[in-house]
Design a protein around this ligand. Structure first.
Ligand code: G3P
Length: 257
């Protein structure tokens, strides 16, 4: 998961560059202990067209899926094939969720998933049986993503169960009148104090403000629905500014003739 770059070997006592996934980079100087962490962007979808576009964008480093997202796709489609196509198209991280709610069932399902998709991260619900399965999978060094996390105490339990990723749901907290920003900030603060290894995924993102909140709080990853991802790239002043640049360029070319 964490790889030391070759610079580590060239300048072993000056700079360490650790890479987590694709874009999360930590620079550490042994004297000043400065860390710079870049939040990765994943797309939260099971739609192959959306995945193709995200892959072409070049800055989306993974995909998260769940049974609800899969249920939005063509019901006649072969789900395994779809997930393999998704992974082949975008590369990087892919989270695939189990359906079982019992420890043994989850472990069995995880082994089955890994047989046909060895790079999968196994997404497990935040329930006691799920954490028991997560602990067992962690012992086997199988990457896990504990999902449906809504509180700091759940996040702490998931981290202690050895979850590779902990998915904190923002939008669904706001839906019930709980500030997702405050919950995420508290979880990130606990991570700083406790130095947990699990990576925090901000999920259930509904609008660009959730992406900003996630980055400001210190989430390692934000998994974003396709529509919101595209929305986050837009600004009316960018649109009007570009229109003006193009119009002025056309005017200049016309004046030249
Ligand atoms: O990653 C979790 C996400 O798919 C749930 O989003 O909008 O259904 O709360 P939402």
């Amino acid at each position: 998961m964490i790889q030391y770059s070759t610079l580590h070997f060239i300048f072993p006592h000056c700079i360490y560059i650790l890479k987590i996934g694709f874009y999360c980079v930590i620079y550490k100087h042994p004297l000043i202990h400065l860390y710079i962490i870049i939040m990765e962007l994943y797309v939260d979808t099971a739609n192959i067209e959306q995945i193709r576009h995200c892959a072409a964008l070049g800055f989306v480093s993974g995909v998260t899926t769940n049974p609800s997202l899969l249920a939005q796709e063509d019901p006649t489609i072969d789900v395994k094939q779809l997930l393999l196509d998704i992974h082949k198209t975008i590369g990087g991280h892919i989270s695939i969720e189990v359906i079982s709610t019992k420890k043994e069932g989850i472990i069995k399902e995880a082994s089955e998933i890994l047989e046909w998709c060895p790079e999968a991260t196994i997404k497990i619900p935040m329930i006691a049986e799920g954490l028991a399965a997560c602990s067992e999978l962690a012992k086997r060094e199988i990457p896990t993503n504990v999902t449906l996390v809504f509180s700091p105490s759940q996040a702490i339990a998931a981290a202690n169960a050895g979850a590779t990723y902990v998915s904190v749901f923002l939008g669904r907290l706001d839906d019930i009148g709980v500030s997702s920003r405050e919950v995420l900030e508290q979880i990130c603060e606990i991570w700083d104090v406790q130095q947990y290894d699990s990576l925090i995924i901000a999920a259930s993102i509904r609008h660009p403000m959730h992406i900003i909140d996630s980055a400001a709080a210190g989430a390692h990853i934000a998994t974003i629905p396709y529509k919101v991802l595209l929305q986050s790239l837009e600004h009316p002043l960018t649109t009007s500014g570009l229109d003006r640049f193009l119009a002025d360029n056309a005017k200049r070319l016309a004046a030249k003739k």
